[in-house]
Design a binder for this molecule. Structure first.
Ligand code: 6GU
Length: 228
């Protein structure tokens, strides 16, 4: 799977891209991430990529020319143009079903906004899928693009090793409950004991305990998930 990230701040990504799971995926050629600086498509002496909003108001708006040029040039670089994703707080909210949908694509172009957003004609011309990572405002789409990459690559076949593991995680399509409480050694820590049943070796009992733990946590923390 190939990701192309289009951003004014490509230097934000290498730290994230160096993390182990992603690095492994890149080494195994399961995932390819290419960074592109939108400013490289700016023309003019000052390489401006933004301008004041028509009609007045605060902040700056990303100009259509460098953004559209950048997307079109990057689309030419691959075998397929790919699905264009625009990261914006005004987009469809990311959840696990959407992550699963995105993971089916062979190529995603992640377009990261800054300032007061993109000129509307970027959206009108490119017709991207607009995605938000939640109901809060970030300074730009870069962190959101990393969130999308992080969530999607976990679903790339052959990456996780233990295929069971992502099915059991919170929010998978299989179980729409939060994950159960987990314990490892030591058996006692600062007076807190590991629940006896987990030491019993009785696997049907353990499964029942975990199901109950999931239900309790979901009811307490995210009862909205039970109503869906
Ligand atoms: Cl994708 N971008 C920005 N700037 N803020 C956000 C977001 C995206 N998702 C949630 N808040």
């Amino acid at each position: 799977m190939r990701f192309d990230v289009l951003t004014l701040f490509p230097e934000m990504f290498p730290g994230y891209l160096g993390q182990s799971l992603l690095n492994l995926a890149i080494e195994r050629e399961l995932v390819d991430v290419q960074l592109h600086n939108i400013r490289d498509w700016a023309t003019g002496k000052h390489k401006n990529v933004d301008d004041k909003p028509y009609g007045g108001g605060p902040g700056m708006v990303l100009s259509p020319e460098p953004v559209v040029q950048c997307v079109e040039a990057v689309q030419q670089l691959g075998e397929s143009p790919g699905k264009v994703i625009l990261l914006t707080p005004a987009g469809r909210k990311l959840d696990q079903p959407l992550v699963e949908e995105l993971s089916e694509a062979e190529r995603l172009l992640l377009l990261c906004g800054r300032y007061e957003g993109f000129d509307q004609r970027v959206v009108d011309l490119l017709e991207p899928d607009e995605i938000s990572i939640g109901d809060f405002v970030l300074n730009g789409g870069e962190v959101a693009a990393m969130v999308v990459i992080d969530a999607v690559i976990r679903l790339v076949p052959g990456l996780l090793g233990d295929e069971q593991s992502n099915k059991q995680d919170s929010f998978s399509t299989e179980g729409r409950l939060l994950e159960y409480a987990q314990y490892t050694r030591p058996r006692e820590y600062r007076g807190l004991q590991v629940p006896e049943v987990l030491l019993s070796g009785n696997h049907p009992e353990i499964a029942r305990w975990r199901e109950q733990s999931s239900m309790e946590r979901t009811r307490e923390r995210r009862s909205d998930l039970l109503n869906e």
